[in-house]
Design a protein around this ligand. Structure first.
Ligand code: DP6
Length: 324
């Protein structure tokens, strides 16, 4: 069987996924909406080979940890089940951005793996089936399969996948990511999702999620930046409030994260179109119209504690680089 290579972009969520109805199936407690990030990507090669004793995983040129290999192997089992392929696989994956610090590298990694592994196993999955498969590897990966702005619906196994609500070209936003730490986070998302239900605030967060999804979807459709800014910052604060009040509490913000957040609120009060959102890490994603990105990136680079600034535009769907 031949080697297949796929590429996918990570995504940044405006309405966050935090907590599952079913951890094993990664069925989320609420729907979420995100934008793919062009310029950042995971590139993953998969080859099933009868000669291998077990699945092998290389990450960024080095041998993966047993935990990482186990997670990929469990995912490959799903592909083997669907395709009837029985052999082990060699997987090589590379990110062109720092992993583990709030830029969801698992989103692009499992979207690229889902596409490369299913194609290498001879499966021809449509976008919904591919998104559903990617979801099983990492929830947010479901949203890196379709292009542009994507919504992932909660639901049962068959109904929980992401689709594009607007193409990348629909709205020229920029994500200026203020990098504050490149260290691997202490508690990963998977462990975090399992704690969400221990926060007394999770029920309130979930009760308001349908309304925030509607507002976010409409803001994207109308290119209404002010509404998007308001609903995305609120949703980010709600998720972090749940994280902080879980037992044990999860605290991802660093002092420099708060400095950046305060600066962005100040810029917006002074009339600049910009808002922030943070995932499970200290880095701050600052969203603005592409026309303001140079000014926002320069402003961020001057703030104390900001190591560097990455810039990304709306990105396309996961895609194959070679045919099986
Ligand atoms: C905070 O998709 O990384 O980035 O399914 O366990 O891999 P797993 O979780 P993951 O969770 C993402 C959480 C988030 C918010 C979001 O991207 O919606």
């Amino acid at each position: 069987m031949s080697k297949v290579v796929a590429v996918a972009h990570p995504n940044i969520a405006f309405i966050k996924y935090w907590g599952n109805q079913d951890d094993a199936l990664r069925l989320p407690s609420n729907g979420s909406i995100s934008m793919n990030l062009d310029g950042l990507h995971s590139q993953t090669a998969v080859e099933f080979s009868a000669g291998l004793a077990g699945d092998e995983l290389q990450l960024d040129g080095g041998v993966a940890t047993p935990e990482q290999t186990q997670r990929v192997s469990a995912f490959l089992d799903l592909v083997r089940e669907m395709s009837g392929v029985t052999s082990a696989a060699r997987v090589e994956s590379q990110n062109n951005f720092p992993s583990g610090a709030g830029i969801a590298s698992s989103s692009s990694a499992f979207a690229a793996l889902a596409l490369a592994a299913s194609a290498a196993a001879g499966l021809e999955l449509d976008e919904a089936a591919l998104s559903r498969l990617a979801r099983r590897g990492s929830g947010s990966a479901s949203r890196s399969v379709p292009g542009g702005y994507a919504e992932w619906r909660s639901g049962d196994d068959a109904g929980s996948f992401a689709h594009s609500i607007a193409a990348a070209e629909h709205w020229e936003l920029a994500d200026c990511v203020a990098i504050i730490s490149e260290e691997h986070k202490a508690t990963g998302s998977t462990a975090g999702h399992a704690l969400a239900g221990t926060s007394p605030l999770q029920a309130a967060r979930l009760a308001g999620a349908p309304g925030r999804l509607d507002a976010c979807r409409a803001a994207i459709e109308r290119r209404d930046f002010a509404t998007l800014a308001e609903v995305a910052e609120l949703d980010c604060h709600l998720m972090h409030a749940v994280m902080m009040t879980s037992q044990p509490g999860l605290h991802y913000w660093l002092p420099a994260s708060l400095e950046v957040m305060a600066a962005v609120r100040g810029w917006r009060a002074a009339g600049m179109a910009a808002f922030y959102t943070l995932d499970a890490g200290p880095n701050v994603h600052v969203l603005c119209p592409e026309s303001a990105a140079a000014e926002v990136a320069a402003g961020l680079a001057e703030l104390p504690g900001v190591l560097r600034v990455l810039r990304a535009a709306p990105g396309g769907p996961a895609r194959l680089l070679s045919d099986p």
